[in-house]
Design a protein around this ligand. Structure first.
Ligand code: G6P
Length: 595
């Protein structure tokens, strides 16, 4: 979603723009920056940060700079709606992530006579700061926080001060410090400069005053508090993320799948498994796997793969649905809340609801110190490494692997499998990186299949049993970055409706990793071919019609972890063929921090 960055001192404009470039994978509708020099100068542009850079005079400099990359929620994509916003008397400039639910009410109540220049909820906040300002920016911020409803990470500057003020409620906002004690503000830890050695994070709501060399945190009543300070390691930081020359983040991240799986497996071993006692695990009579988008697909895949290993219900749930429905929850409920970013609002709200009803919440994320890890009672890192591409790839593989390993641990603790069986599963998981490498070696064949897929008017992905969630993930990847219409179905469902759409010009992608299902998969493919559609299969087994990419045979528990890789490549090469903006697909954002 949106991104906030702030820098101070000489070079603050360049630092801020670099920060925004790192952040723009989170939202790229428009970008803006405010520089405090003699006064406040703001520059805005629709589109990428590079367009904004082109608009800024080369001699622009000042003492403080705050910037924003936008993913529109309130108001269309336009320069008018682009942050930063300046207050009606010109004292403050502000950038905001999140949603102010009561912006209309606040405008009516407090801002009569003030003309709003945008359609955004964010602009209201900067005028409120001006309205309540009586000489102290901090006091004004505290007063505004008292009346704001919604979620927000806000950074603002006062035209008369060399400082950045922060306001946080339910949205990430951190302060990074480099070895020379320079302070930076970012809405994403991973987007701090690689020179930063430590970061201040607060689980609670806060107001903060950041100067070039200091930071003071206050609670929402203005009382001084201490944030949590953590050390930063280079591996966390954006600057260290390699992108092969001329390639996209997505491609680089697919190539990193083997290493990520290796790290994920090693981390699970280092944590000695799920980290809950047998007594605790035996107490649970229901397990929810909660997530959104790709994370949800990993939940479904893990639930299906481990179905025979557990005698308690393992129920995958879309986080936003969980919040609206009446799922049974009590203190015998274990909820694995899965989120790569650890910031997805829908997943966080679901975790809060689960907590409120007594469940044991357990975060499965790729981001330590993310909000989800604060909300959940326990957490484990999938160790996929930083993922920038909006279309998640290596994180999916690691989420799935981690969920399976965690559920196998529960299976052992509840007496469903023996220690020997558990150890066998763990050692089998250790083979996945080399299997992933074998699949990556077939890239050129996938590229050929992508050429066929790129001409399709629609692509239906099908699979049975454990292959169905893989089909869902393959379809999601394809639609996200190619914009070709795509859906996924359990193979058996095709004939119950969707076959009506299967005609010439349409492609059906069939995933079949189980030898026992080859007969049924073949029947589905024949039905498809009979109706003139193009069939493409991903399977270790021979199929009667269409093109095929041969996959290695993998232990059924882990087949989904590796059979998804060629589908990720298929989406990538199809998007490449169609000339799409692969890392920044239209209308999407890497982490969705509003409900
Ligand atoms: C967004 C992204 C998806 C991602 C989903 C969940 O929709 O575009 O790629 O799968 O959020 O993200 P999370 O960080 O919670 O795993």
């Amino acid at each position: 979603m949106c991104g906030i960055f702030g820098a101070m001192g000489n070079g603050c404009v360049a630092d801020c723009l670099q920060g925004l470039s790192r952040l723009q994978y989170r939202g790229y509708d428009s970008a803006g920056i405010c520089v405090k020099g003699e006064g406040l100068s703001t520059y805005k542009s629709v589109g990428k940060v590079s367009f904004l850079m082109d608009k800024i005079p080369s001699n622009a400099n000042g003492t403080v700079a705050i910037g924003h990359t936008r993913w529109a929620t309130h108001g269309k994509v336009s320069e008018q709606n682009c942050h930063p916003f300046v207050s009606y008397k010109g004292t403050f400039a502000l950038v905001h992530n999140g949603i102010i639910d009561n912006s209309k009410t606040l405008t009516t109540k407090h801002l009569s006579g003030v003309t709003l220049s945008s359609q955004t909820d964010s602009e209201v906040v900067v005028h409120l700061l001006e309205k309540f300002y009586q000489g102290s920016s901090l006091t004004s911020a505290v007063k505004v926080m008292e009346i704001l409803e919604g979620s927000y990470a806000i950074a603002f500057v006062n035209a008369k001060e060399n400082a950045i003020y922060l306001m946080q409620h339910n949205m990430p906002l951190v302060v990074g410090v480099d070895k020379d004690n320079n302070h930076f503000v970012s809405s994403c830890i991973k987007c701090l400069p690689s020179s930063c050695t430590k970061v201040a994070v607060s689980k609670e709501d806060f107001v903060a005053k950041v100067t070039r060399n200091s930071v003071e945190f206050y609670d929402k009543n203005g009382k001084a508090i201490q944030p949590n300070w953590s050390k930063l390691t280079g591996s966390l930081l954006a600057a260290s993320a390699p992108v092969d020359k001329g390639k996209t983040h997505m491609y680089t991240e697919i190539l990193q799948v083997p290493t990520s799986l290796q790290n994920c497996h090693a981390h699970f071993a280092k944590c000695a498994g799920i980290g809950l006692s047998k007594v605790q695990l035996r107490h649970f009579n229901r397990i929810y796997l909660v997530g959104c988008g790709t994370a949800y697909n990993a939940c479904v895949s893990a639930a299906v793969a481990t179905r025979g290993l557990l005698d308690v219900d393992v129920i995958p749930v879309v986080a936003s649905q969980f919040v609206c429905e009446s799922y049974p929850v009590n203190n015998k409920t274990l909820a694995l809340c899965v989120s790569q970013s650890g910031e997805t609002a829908d997943t966080i709200v679901a975790a809060e609801k689960l907590n409120a009803h007594g469940a044991f919440t357990y975060a499965v994320t790729n981001t330590d110190n993310s909000r989800l890890t604060f909300v959940c009672k326990e957490s484990i890192n999938i160790c996929a490494g930083t993922e920038f591409s909006v279309a998640s790839t290596k994180a999916y593989c690691c989420q799935l692997l981690m969920l399976i390993l965690l559920l196998v641990d529960v299976s052992y603790a509840t007496g469903n499998i023996s220690l020997v069986e558990k150890q066998k599963v763990y050692s089998t998981a250790g083979l996945l990186p080399s299997i992933a490498n074998n699949i990556l070696a077939k890239q050129s064949s996938v590229m050929q299949l992508a050429k066929l897929i790129s001409t399709s008017s629609a692509v239906y992905f099908v699979g049975r049993g454990a292959d169905y969630p893989t089909a869902c993930e393959g379809s999601l990847k394809l639609k996200e970055i190619t914009y070709i219409h795509s859906e996924a179905y359990p193979s058996g469902e095709l004939k119950h409706g969707t076959l009506a759409l299967v005609t010439k010009g349409v492609s059906v992608v069939n995933i079949c990793t189980h030898s026992g299902l080859v007969g049924k998969a073949s029947a589905t493919l024949n039905e498809v071919a009979t109706r003139g559609a193009q069939a493409v299969s991903f399977s270790p087994y021979k199929m009667p019609v269409g093109n095929i990419l041969h996959l290695p045979v993998v232990h059924p528990l882990f087949a989904g972890v590796t059979s998804v890789i060629p589908l990720q490549l298929l989406a990538y090469y199809t998007a490449l063929e169609l000339g799409r903006d692969i890392d920044m697909p239209r209308n999407l954002a890497k982490s969705v921090t509003v409900e």
